[in-house]
Design a protein around this ligand. Structure first.
Ligand code: C5P
Length: 235
């Protein structure tokens, strides 16, 4: 049986690399905003107890989404970095979530997440002492660059993975890890790194390559293709 859990969705970024005039989570993708796709998928996973969405203070778009009226969605303020946004959302769960409750953090900008991948993640980690994340093995040969843009080294790819989201950890441990990283100014870019800082070894659960983070302009086109392919295969 898969455990119950809380969703946390950092959606307070401005998406500067997209070069658009509105944050990337609100760009139109197959007829609706990216964030609407993402939330539809998250809310379709059985077992969630609540969803905390971290939004920028000057967000003018959220109220226009159908999910804004959903009783299970709790809104909070984002922070300067992604980790600050997640931490703010965890603080909102103070008094609602118990120390050992599972929390799944998913980027607002990943609209192609498959519900079945989340269910596999939940099932695989239900009894895990640490938690873990969806990830995909690196396929290309990897190069480390020097300051001149020349190859300094070829990095063996056998043990390398791309870290995706959702990332799944216990409420108390994740909060402690992110508070500690924030105090140390450690600038972690995902939840797993915060857990690793404290000595935890998150498990890698293989997901699908189509769980992309919309980051650059061409990614919207790719996301559209993936959504279409998923609907054709009934994913
Ligand atoms: O910028 P990046 O692509 O790494 O952002 C990943 C996710 O984190 C996005 O969904 C973005 O909205 C969110 N984010 C946030 N608060 C920030 C920066 C990013 O919630 N300060």
């Amino acid at each position: 049986m898969t455990p119950s859990f809380w969703w946390i969705v950092p959606a307070a970024g401005i998406g500067a690399r997209m070069g658009a005039d509105l944050p990337k989570q609100y760009l139109e993708l197959a007829g609706k905003p990216v964030l609407a796709h993402t939330l539809e998928r998250l809310l379709a996973v059985p077992g969630w107890r609540g969803l905390v969405l971290a939004l920028s203070e000057d967000d003018r778009w959220w109220e226009g989404l159908p999910q804004a009226a959903h009783p299970g969605v709790i809104r909070c303020c984002g922070g300067r970095e992604r980790g600050d946004s997640v931490l703010n959302a965890l603080r909102v769960l103070d008094g609602r979530a118990k120390e050992r409750d599972w929390v799944l953090v998913h980027d607002a900008a990943r609209p192609c997440l498959r519900v079945r991948d989340v269910q596999r993640l939940l099932a695989a980690l239900a009894d895990d002492p640490v938690g873990g994340l969806l990830a995909t093995p690196v396929r290309d040969t990897m190069k480390r660059a020097d300051a001149e843009g020349r190859v300094a080294a070829t990095v063996p790819r056998e043990a390398l993975w791309h870290a995706l989201t959702p990332q799944m950890f216990r409420y108390g441990v994740l909060r402690e890890a992110l508070e500690s990283a924030a105090q140390a100014g450690a600038g972690v870019t995902d939840e797993a790194s915060a857990i690793e800082r404290l000595g935890g070894r998150p498990r890698l659960i293989e997901g699908h390559d189509d769980n992309i983070k919309v980051t650059r302009p061409g990614d919207l086109w790719l996301a559209r293709v993936f959504l279409q392919a998923q609907s054709e295969e009934g994913a």
